[in-house]
Each structure stands twice: as C-alpha cells, then as structure tokens.
Design a protein around this ligand. Structure first.
Ligand SMILES: Cc1cc2nc3c(=O)[nH]c(=O)nc-3n(C[C@H](O)[C@H](O)[C@H](O)COP(=O)(O)OP(=O)(O)OC[C@H]3O[C@@H](n4cnc5c(N)ncnc54)[C@H](O)[C@@H]3O)c2cc1C
Length: 329
C-alpha cells in the first residue's frame, strides 16, 4: 500500500498532527512525506526523523505562501504520476481545503476529522464523528487515492529519532496561482488549542463576580487572567466558549465547539461554562474533563469526570496555588 502524508506547516512550523499522521502511516508500511514550501529542506530532515521513508520535496519560491491552488495542483500532479493509495493530512483548514481541491481533480473524495483508522489488507475503514459528535460512524472511501484528514491528538505522536534519514526526491511545484498573499497580521503567541495537552477554558461565568465591584468586561479580564495563569503553569492553552468570544472577552481563535475548534486534550478544564451541546461537540474526544461551575445542575457536569460546584474566582486561585506547590514552581 502506497501511503503519503502531507506535512502541513505555516512558515516552516509544522502542525503536530502532521507527525501524528506519519506515525499512523508508518503502521501501514512505507511512508512518503510531502513537503511543500520555499526553503523547507529542514522539514524533510524532520520528516525522516519522525519516520518517513521517503520525502517528496517541492521547494520553490512560488510555494513560499500557502495558496490552495498551487499546493493542491502540486499534490494533484504528483498523485496523477505516482498513484498513491492513501493520502493522509492533518485536519487543519489549509490541509482540508487543499485535499478537497485535489480530490476533485482526481475524481476522489475526502474523509475529514477522522479519529481512528483500521487497515484490513489495504482496505481502510475510518471512524469519524457525526451528529455533533454524539455518534461515531465507520466509513470507507471507494475511490483512489483516498484522502483522509486526521483529527489532531487523536493518534499518538511518534518518537523523533534524531539522525534518521531516507530517500529525498525533489519534485516540481505547480505555480501559476490566481491569488497572491499581500501580508499576514500577527496572531497571538503561546500554545495553540489544537496542539495543547491541557486546555483551561472560560465561559460567560468569567464575567460574573459582583464582589469585585468591576464592570462586566473588567471582571472577565480578571477571570481570564486567572485562567491564563493556571494554563501557563500547566504548559497548556486557554480556551473559551462562544458566549465569552461573542461578548468580546477573548478572541475567536480560542473558541471551542461546533463553530470553533474541535480539541482533543488530555485534560480539559471548563470554568464558568454551562455545557451547551455546541460546546460539548468540541470536547468529546478530550480524555478527561473537569468542570467548575456555580450551578450544580449545569449540563457540563454530565460530561465531566471531576466536577467542582463553586465560584471559579475562588477555586481557580486555589487550584493554581496547589499545582505550584506540587510542581515546585
Ligand atoms: C449554530 C450555533 C453554533 C454555536 N457554536 C458554539 C461553539 O462553537 N462553542 C460554544 O461554546 N458555543 C457555541 N454556541 C453557543 C451555545 O449554544 C451557548 O450559548 C454557549 O456555549 C454558552 O456559553 P457559556 O457556557 O459560556 O455561557 P452560559 O450558558 O451563559 O453559561 C455560563 C455558566 O457559567 C456559570 N457561572 C456563572 N458565574 C460563575 C462563576 N463565578 N463561577 C463558576 N461558574 C459560574 C453559570 O452557572 C453557567 O452555567 C453555538 C450556538 C449556535 C446556535
């Protein structure tokens, strides 16, 4: 079985789920990694160290900025010439767009947000969430190549073996994009909620502390400061409900849920979040959920392993202090 893995990156920074995809592909046999970009030969080296046997490197100034047209047509040209059976990609917006365009060109289909894969003698069965994550279905793609995007952190990341090498094949880029990138505006730094092992999230409840004597926005700022401190101490990321995002307490990039990001951390701490179905959709594959909420009837307790009925403004500082002591920080 010929398996390819697309190494998704932004300006040379690889999405962790790409290495997870290399690990999955490796369990099926030989792996070819696709590295596209400009000045990205170092990523080929990393791909070998994460387990790729071969790297198809399209290193060309025309690929300096990600544009779906050039990246997808480069992938299409390679796949037309070499006929892989399976192309795995991390489930990022970039990779999904590219997979969809290339699959159309190749008259195939894409299975997205897959959380498990079975390989029965070359027949791949993918598991993916449906009905807002209430059910998981097993599905197959009858066309070839099969394009499958993998949910981040749903598969283990392989151990990096420093110094491992393989076959490097330089391939041509397909240039001629209709769009050009004018520039980028800086996002926030820090741990991304996609890659985080621990996420501490805040909801509308972060704006509710009359005792502080502050207005709603200032209270929310204080609440998210407490959440941020706990997340930073644990090496995690800060998440949020849509209510918190819509109220302007925190940018959209932090939103977890149906219209935000679907996350799979080891630990998800939800503070002042009621647990609407649209939020729960985003955390169904979290390994352990901890809820902090004043309302003992809040639905979030239905999905939490550990629940604290109480005020987040009281409990989070206690939790932070306890972790500081435990971690000797
Ligand atoms: C099409 C659609 C898509 C949506 N997509 C998303 C999505 O992607 N993500 C998402 O989150 N929502 C989404 N929503 C919105 C969703 O329906 C809820 O409105 C939202 O999740 C509620 O956010 P919340 O839990 O922060 O607020 P609330 O439901 O208002 O809950 C606040 C909670 O905080 C608790 N609380 C209050 N004060 C404190 C305190 N001091 N300490 C501890 N607890 C306290 C309260 O008891 C309450 O349970 C979507 C809705 C629609 C219709």
């Amino acid at each position: 079985m010929k398996t390819w893995v697309y190494i998704d990156h932004f300006k040379g920074e690889v999405v962790s789920a790409a290495w997870e995809a290399v690990g999955v592909a490796k369990s099926f046999g030989m792996v070819s990694a696709l590295v596209f970009g400009s000045g990205v030969e170092s990523l080929a080296k990393a791909a070998f160290e994460f387990g790729a046997d071969e790297v198809l490197l399209a290193d060309d100034p025309s690929l300096a900025d990600f544009r779906a047209e050039t990246y997808a047509s480069t992938l299409t040209a390679l796949a037309s010439a070499s006929a892989p059976d399976l192309i795995l990609l991390p489930n990022t917006f970039r990779a999904r767009e590219m997979a969809a365009m290339s699959a159309i060109d190749l008259n195939s289909g894409v299975l997205v947000d897959v959380t498990a894969l079975e390989n029965n003698a070359g027949n791949i069965t993918a598991t993916r969430p449906i009905y807002e994550g209430k059910l998981f279905e097993k599905t197959t793609c009858s066309a070839s190549p099969q394009f499958i995007t993998l949910r981040g952190r749903a598969f283990p990341r392989p151990v990096r073996m420093e110094g491992s090498t393989g076959t490097l094949r330089k391939v041509s880029a397909q240039s001629g994009a209709l769009t050009s990138v004018e520039g980028y505006s800086a996002g926030e730094s820090g741990v991304s909620i996609n890659d985080a092992g621990i996420i501490v999230s805040g909801g509308r409840g972060v704006s509710n502390n009359p005792g502080l004597g502050l207005d709603e926005k200032a209270t929310a700022e204080k609440g998210f400061t407490l959440i941020g401190e706990l997340a930073a101490l644990l090496g995690g990321a800060v998440g949020a409900s849509r209510a918190a995002v819509d109220a302007g307490y925190i940018p959209y990039s932090h939103q977890v849920g149906q219209t935000g990001k679907v996350v799979s951390p080891d630990v998800y701490i939800a503070a002042g979040i009621s647990g609407s179905i649209q939020h729960i959709v985003g955390i169904r594959t979290a390994k352990l959920v901890v809820a902090i909420n004043k309302d003992a009837e809040a639905p979030i307790f239905g999905v939490a392993r550990y629940g604290v009925v109480g005020d987040l403004f009281t409990f989070i500082p206690l939790l932070t202090a306890a972790f500081k002591q435990k971690l000797g920080k």
